[in-house]
Design a protein around this ligand. Structure first.
Ligand SMILES: [Zn+2]
Ligand SMILES: [Zn+2]
Length: 337
């Protein structure tokens, strides 16, 4: 079967590989669509230390069930499904307390193990979710970035009426803002790229701030009536944004870090104490696919607004290379197989 494979960093092409055999407790799936994610681009560029090569990329995967275990009762051949790509061990400490998203032995599709940009994939049945009929193939992969954002918003327990500053308005930051709106919170998006702020505005985000062109701390103070934001979600991984999160947050506030930092950031840790901050990491997600699919299906989150374009499998290797070269030209690209 055809697959999209990284032989080495910077070396991506279609590769002919054997169709996978369905293991015990696995579902065999005909892949129909896949999202190209920042982590696929990181794997292509060779900047993600977790990736080993050669590697089939892709962890935002939707498809059709081909074969199920004999005793499977929830899924049957022909069902449209989305894959939860975080394969956990089930016996380490975080798994034992239900935090399978940060399993010590976590293997993520397309990162630690081969991903789903191939004609077929076999995947553990407890990580396969039935998808509503009305979500088109080209949008189904977006259920995955949405669960990442939902988890980032849920970690600091954002509630209605609170201000939430979101630093970084790529797909994860933007989806955090849209999910915050559903909760009834007041998102304030901070990003230096004008087009991103405009897109956020057009999707209903009430406040946008340019941290380079204006005094972001003063703007947020004004918007929040002097309090600063009860919650900050850092969704860029950028060192300046990480540092600024402490200035954007209110006394007794909460910060959620979902952006993966590329380098360490020196922090005035005395402010953690002085402001009595609660700091949350946010990695992957746990248990949120059904709700993510419902929000998309019911039109509560308009993921089509994030889709830049869709390409065929044959076009995918060149697309990955182009996104790596020109990241600002694309928000989300999905591949149709
Ligand atoms: Zn992703
Ligand atoms: Zn584990």
């Amino acid at each position: 079967m055809k697959s999209v494979r990284l032989k080495n960093p910077g070396d991506i092409s279609l590769a002919d590989i054997p169709v996978p055999r369905r293991g015990k407790d696995q579902i065999l799936i005909k892949v129909r669509s896949a999202g190209i994610c920042g982590s696929d681009i990181g794997a292509y560029k060779g900047v993600n230390p977790l990736v080993s090569y050669p590697r089939i990329i892709g962890h935002e995967i939707a498809g059709e069930v081909v074969e199920v275990p004999e005793d499977e009762i929830n899924l049957m051949p022909g069902d449209r499904v989305v894959l939860e790509p975080y394969v956990y061990c089930g016996h380490c400490y975080p798994c034992s307390i239900g935090h399978t998203n940060c399993c010590e032995n976590l293997t993520v599709l397309g990162v630690h193990i081969d991903g789903g940009m191939a004609e077929y994939i076999a995947h553990p049945r407890h990580l396969v979710h039935k998808a509503p009929e009305n979500i088109p193939w080209e949008l189904l992969p977006l259920a995955e970035p949405l669960v990442i954002s939902m988890h980032a918003v849920s970690q600091p327990k954002l509630v209605a009426g609170e201000h939430v500053v979101i630093t970084g308005c790529g797909q994860i930051g933007l989806l955090c803002a849209l999910y915050a709106l559903i909760i009834g919170a007041i998102p304030i998006v901070v990003d230096p790229v004008k087009e991103r702020l405009e897109r956020a505005r057009s999707l209903g985000v009430p406040f946008v701030v340019d941290p380079v062109g204006e005094d972001s701390v003063a703007r947020i103070r004004e918007i929040t009536g002097g309090r600063m934001a009860e919650v900050v979600i850092e969704a860029s991984g950028d060192a300046r944004a990480v540092r600024n999160s402490i200035d954007y947050v209110a006394y007794a506030g909460r910060i959620s870090f979902v952006g993966y930092s590329k380098a360490d950031t020196p922090m005035p840790t005395s402010l953690f104490t002085k402001k009595e901050l609660s700091i949350f990491g946010s990695r992957n997600s746990v248990g949120m696919f059904p709700e993510s699919l419902r929000l998309i299906s019911e039109g509560k989150v308009d993921v089509s607004a994030l889709l830049t374009k869709s390409v065929s499998m044959d076009e995918t290797p060149a697309m990955v290379a182009d996104i790596a070269e020109h990241p600002d030209r694309y928000l989300k690209v999905t591949c149709l197989f």
